[in-house]
Design a protein around this ligand. Structure first.
Ligand code: ADP
Length: 487
């Protein structure tokens, strides 16, 4: 018997898993509360275990033959139907995601939810339009084909649950794999709505399964299952190590995107006001963004001017309820996370780093933290080297381009970088010298869905995006036919 749906801001949300096309309960549940008001309990959500994982993988295995033997065009029709349903339900999806994890409602309504539909359409069309590579050599005709790999486990984090779930689910389904999605336990609700829409779009049972619960319980059981043939993960390096061990045991390829500590480099020849405005924008979503440029590196000669402009733009931020259109900075996801962010700043203060602005909770009765800027005494400072994942930026200056690049590349991460300069030559030179999967010059977060996406070093393994994700979810095969042996 499935549980009752719960009403969340007038949207009925199932707290159960979705396995084999139906809702499945668990004996145990976990509480989900709203970061907008921690006294507001949203739901008791099913807490999956090893049996739940087994059931979900079995459903995905059962559905695999049928789904993988459809043509890419046939699968694309399902993905397009789901995309259309997402666009029809933007308001419901947006409000649930907003109260579940506090992303700004307006940005969810205007951009983020629709991006989920775009992800599905993009991969549906890419997979359907894919031409096998054909050539002749050594008396044979060669054809390189993509074979669907098998059931895929997708594990997503809490900071962009909808965006990342759809970004990862879309290529897996388009490539012909069946999917078990495990959303993060701090923000599981939009995943449940995705299941409803997949059912409404007519996906065959077991093609898309959603399993709720704790990472080290149901998540660990999913990635350890030998029948799983791909794992796509976004989260922390610590969890990636656990997943990597399971993947190694089962000889399963996995991608892992593990956050960053992106440099935000400002050269004196740039449009300083535009750079300062974008730098103040790194506080958006309360800094809970893996791609954010959290280390401001500014050319010494324009430092005072830049700080003045940065302060002006940061002063314009409005902390508040994410449902309010004037709010630009939302609360952090969870009291434990707030305490973690606070710990970084408190330790920096104790270590003698200069708190240039912020450095405290905004209110004692909520989960907001002030936009904070810290000038470290040296580059080895904890706040420079470790990902904080809150509204906390560091400020350092440089005198030469080489020094800027050396500071930019001085952490163990390598996910993204941002560069502001007025010189095209410098843009290309510095762009190619920063060690990161993505470097933006004079812009931020503009992404072509077909471009590769992923991190270097501790920021991760593998690339997603466009054909990279479709190749990841496929086993490539070469068929060689002897020329003249067939009509
Ligand atoms: P974050 O620090 O962003 O919360 P985590 O790596 O802890 O990152 O969590 C990201 C996702 O990984 C969540 O969905 C979480 O439940 C899941 N997870 C955590 N531990 C494990 C594990 N041992 N095996 C599989 N998934 C896990």
């Amino acid at each position: 018997m499935p549980s009752q749906r719960v009403e969340i801001s007038d949207v009925a949300v199932s707290p159960d898993h979705f396995i084999g096309g139906r809702r499945v309960t668990s004996e145990l549940t976990f509480e989900v509360r709203s970061p907008l008001d921690w006294d507001w309990k949203l739901a008791d959500v099913a807490r999956g275990d090893a049996l739940t994982a087994d059931l979900a993988v079995s459903a995905a295995v059962k559905a695999f033959d049928g789904w993988s033997s459809l043509s890419a065009e046939e699968r694309a029709r399902f993905l397009h139907r789901l995309a259309d349903l997402i666009d029809d339900n933007i308001d419901d999806l947006a409000v649930v995601e907003c109260v579940d994890m506090a992303m700004l409602l307006e940005s969810l309504q205007k951009r983020v939810i629709h991006r989920g539909a775009e992800n599905l359409r993009n991969y549906a069309d890419l997979a359907a339009g894919h031409e096998p590579r054909r050539w002749s050599s050594k008396g044979t005709d060669n054809v390189v084909q993509r074979m669907p790999a098998g059931p895929a486990v997708i594990i997503t984090p809490w900071n962009a649950p909808w965006l990342l779930s759809t970004w990862k689910v879309a290529p897996a389904l388009a490539a012909g794999n069946t999917v078990i999605l495990k959303p993060a336990e701090w923000a599981p609700l939009s995943g449940s709505l995705l299941a409803d829409l997949a059912a409404e779009a007519g996906f065959p049972p077991g093609v898309l399964n959603i399993v709720q619960g704790m990472g080290d319980e149901v998540g660990a059981a999913l990635v350890a299952d030998q029948r799983v043939r791909r794992i796509s993960f976004t989260g922390s390096p610590e969890t990636a190590r656990h997943i990597g061990v399971s993947a190694a045991r089962n000889i399963v390829p996995f991608t892992a995107e593990l956050g960053g500590k992106g440099p935000f480099i400002v050269f004196a020849d740039s449009d300083l006001d535009a750079a300062a405005k974008k730098a103040a924008g790194q506080y958006d979503d309360s800094g809970q963004v893996c791609l954010a440029g959290t280390r401001l590196l500014v050319e010494e000669s324009v430092s005072d001017e830049f700080v003045g402009l940065f302060d002006k733009h940061t002063d314009a931020h409005v902390l508040g309820d994410s449902r309010n259109p004037s709010t630009t900075i939302s609360p952090l996801i969870h009291p434990d996370h707030l305490a973690r962010v606070e710990g970084f700043v408190d330790r920096a203060r104790e270590a003698g780093e200069t708190i240039m602005r912020g450095g405290d909770r905004w209110r004692q009765d909520g989960l907001w933290y002030e936009p904070t800027l810290i000038r470290p005494r040296h580059n080895d400072a904890e706040v420079v080297q470790r990902e904080i994942f809150g509204p906390v930026l560091t400020y350092q200056t440089f005198s030469t381009e080489d020094e800027a690049i050396s500071l930019a590349n001085s952490t163990r991460y390598g996910l993204s970088g941002i560069v502001y300069t007025g010189s095209r030559e410098r843009a290309e030179r510095v762009g190619s010298s920063v060690r990161a999967g993505t470097v933006w010059v004079n812009t931020f977060l503009v992404r072509d869905l077909t471009a590769p996406f992923g991190g270097c070093r501790m920021s991760g393994i593998g690339r997603e995006g466009g054909d990279y994700a479709l190749d990841f979810h496929s086993d490539l095969k070469t068929v060689q036919i002897s020329q003249g042996s067939v009509d």
